[in-house]
Ligand binder design. Structure first.
Ligand SMILES: [Cu+2]
Length: 268
């Protein structure tokens, strides 16, 4: 019976694909294929904004965004602007921000501003998040901000770790692998310092060594590349998963005389 169903499925889907027009063959790099978070006019300016998120849900971790601007009445993307992200969590007795990368015109999509926000805790009873997007029109000098209420959820496996060293608290966020597979995967983390509730600068000073292991099977893997700092607090290397299952990626972060050990779980 199972076989018949799977054959039927193959025949049916083959039918669907053979009937489809060329329109369905558009490459997967259209910005509209991302998830539209909000579309608004920026108060005090002649600009409208569309902001897209990469994943269906915003998560505790590294979230990428793309922004398109247009002048009202002009059917063309506008790029002569400066955009600032203001992520804010209201916890009742206090508010705090989180690490972020302000949007800049990027090569991912033509005329789109690419940015990111590292949410450090989920929305819930503890508090609620908003994402402020402040836009300055560099032609006219006009500026304004929109505040978007958002919901941030916790992923099944944590992608943000924090630790204290000296007087400082640091936040380590796993950016890649996002979609792990057997073989060599890009490995990327960001490191930020909580300077104050509102200021979370990137940190470039760590030397990192990495050792992936399968704790249930008692083995690691060869041919890994320790993450090294590239730019803006991003550290990039390679992690080699020799099989699927539960992996623990052990990291040793070192600066000066101080060392901190932490790990990320990856199951696929
Ligand atoms: Cu909070």
């Amino acid at each position: 019976m199972k076989n018949i169903i799977s054959i039927l499925f193959v025949v049916l889907t083959a039918g669907i694909f053979s009937c489809s027009s060329d329109d369905d063959m558009t490459p997967k790099n259209e910005i509209e294929e991302l998830t539209l978070l909000s579309e608004k006019q920026i108060p005090g300016t002649e600009l409208t904004l569309k902001i897209y998120q990469y994943d269906q849900k915003l998560m505790v971790g590294y979230n990428r965004f793309e922004i398109l601007l247009q002048k009202v009445g002009v059917d063309e993307d506008f790029t002569n602007a400066t955009i600032t992200f203001n992520p804010m969590m209201d916890m009742g007795t206090m508010v705090h921000a989180c690490p972020k990368e302000d949007p800049v015109v990027d090569i991912n999509f033509e005329n789109a501003f690419a940015g990111a926000v590292n949410f450090v805790m989920p929305s819930g009873e503890m508090g609620s998040w908003t994402l402020g997007v402040y836009v300055e029109d560099d032609d006219t000098g006009d500026s304004g901000e929109i505040i978007i209420p958002i919901t941030v959820v916790m992923p099944e496996e944590s992608r943000v770790k924090s630790f204290s060293m000296g007087d400082n608290t640091y936040f380590v966020t796993m950016v890649e692998p996002n979609d792990p597979e057997v073989g060599a995967n890009d490995f990327e983390i960001t490191i930020h310092k909580r300077e104050s509730m509102m200021s979370w600068p990137a940190v470039e000073m760590f030397q990192i060594s990495m050792e992936p292991e399968m704790p249930d099977m008692g083995h690691g893997s060869p041919n890994n590349e320790d993450p090294a700092h590239t730019a803006n607090g991003h550290y990039v290397g390679k992690v080699n998963f020799t099989m699927d299952g539960y992996w623990k990626i052990n990291l040793e972060l070192e600066t000066g005389e101080q060392v901190e050990d932490l790990s990320f779980d990856v199951t696929f």
